[in-house]
Design a protein around this ligand. Structure first.
Ligand SMILES: Nc1ncnc2c1ncn2[C@@H]1O[C@H](COP(=O)(O)OP(=O)(O)OP(=O)(O)O)[C@@H](O)[C@H]1O
Length: 324
């Protein structure tokens, strides 16, 4: 049994219009997605802006009401309040947000911000609580004098580390990290990601790592799901996604990773243009008549792609012939 099993999850937001403000349509932010997160792993959820990643993350943590489907945690459906309570789900599952400035209360000192989940769930004595907060600051590489400061007195990277400290305060089993480093510059990104990995090793945490950046996801994730317009278009291991991508949307995201080596730039540009041409000309191969992704079909024990089976087989065969 996986730690989390998401089955056919849908989150549709109603659109109201007219004099009576009736529901006339809906935004299908998440439109029937399924994937599993194993204990101790980092699962990547990737897609461009508006593809439904944050809505999925918020549904898993319990901040978003789902339309249908199920989110099983340790075998129980946590979309039902009674199961969340029984499993102590709010204690076990925490979230790290993209925007550290707005997710940390500007009027509270760091001591109180990090201690908040401890006060909610652990009921420690004052001394025990202070010791724990100091330990957490040490884990994320901040000095003890941070205790008495306010969020605006820190840099973006330091604030994000405070967010990480708060998220791990109660020893959670799962952390939803929603674009945790996309607001940071590259060197600070590496620092925060390394802290997240270190904490994972120490506490055995699982991450649902949400990002639009396949470069960052390669560094962090064992298994990856690619999301496009509320649906999953491809899921697989890191090797499946980076070395054997099949869906054109995955290929577009990969082609958009900047090439750092000057020698490879021309080849990279040619590849990007070729992918864009296929995307423009072969829409009907990759999307149904309403422009939606097809259901996922397995093409190996670890790799599934959203294509009609015969098209998936045809693409794999063609690519095999090109390589041979
Ligand atoms: N509360 C809401 N009411 C109506 N529509 C919403 C709501 N929240 C999100 N949406 C819509 O759902 C879709 C998916 O949004 P979501 O924030 O999940 O995307 P995302 O992939 O996380 O994008 P980003 O990376 O920009 O945060 C978007 O079209 C968005 O406008």
């Amino acid at each position: 049994m996986s730690l989390v099993e998401i089955k056919n999850l849908k989150v549709h937001y109603p659109i109201r219009s007219g004099f009576w403000n009736r529901i006339t349509d809906s935004v299908k932010a998440v439109d029937g997605i399924s994937f599993n997160i194993e204990a101790g792993e980092t699962y990547g959820l990737v897609g461009e802006s508006g593809s439904g990643k944050s809505t999925t993350g918020k549904s898993v943590v319990g901040l978003e009401k789902i339309t249908s489907g199920s989110i099983m945690y340790q075998g129980k459906d946590i979309t039902k309040k009674i199961n969340r309570k029984e499993l102590d789900y709010n204690h076990d599952v925490q979230m790290i947000f993209q925007d550290s400035l707005s997710s940390l209360n500007p009027r509270k000192r760091i001591e109180d911000i990090i201690a908040e989940p401890l006060r909610n769930f652990e009921h420690l004595s004052k001394d025990e609580e202070k010791l724990r907060v100091l330990q957490l600051l040490d884990i994320v590489g901040l000095d003890p004098d941070a205790l008495y400061k306010y969020p605006h007195q820190f840099s973006g990277g330091q604030r994000q580390r405070i967010g990480v400290a708060r998220a791990v305060a109660t020893n959670p089993k799962l952390i939803i990290a929603d674009e945790p480093v996309s607001a940071l510059d590259l060197s600070v990104q590496a620092q925060v990601l390394n802290f997240m990995k270190k904490i994972q090793r120490e506490f055995g945490i699982s991450y649902l790592f949400i990002s639009h950046d396949l470069g960052v996801v390669r560094h962090m994730c064992n298994n990856i799901a690619i999301m496009n317009r509320g649906r999953l278009v491809e899921i697989g291991t890191r090797d499946d996604i980076y070395n054997h991508p099949v869906h054109i949307y995955t290929k577009r995201l990969l082609a958009a990773i900047p090439e750092t080596s000057v020698n490879n730039r021309q080849q990279h540009r040619a590849n990007r243009l070729a992918v864009e041409e296929v995307y423009r000309e072969q829409q009907d191969k990759y999307y149904d008549k309403d422009g939606k992704a097809f259901p996922l079909v397995p093409i190996s024990p670890t790799h599934s792609v959203a294509l009609p089976k015969e098209v998936a087989n045809q693409i794999i065969k063609q690519e095999g012939e090109v390589k041979a």
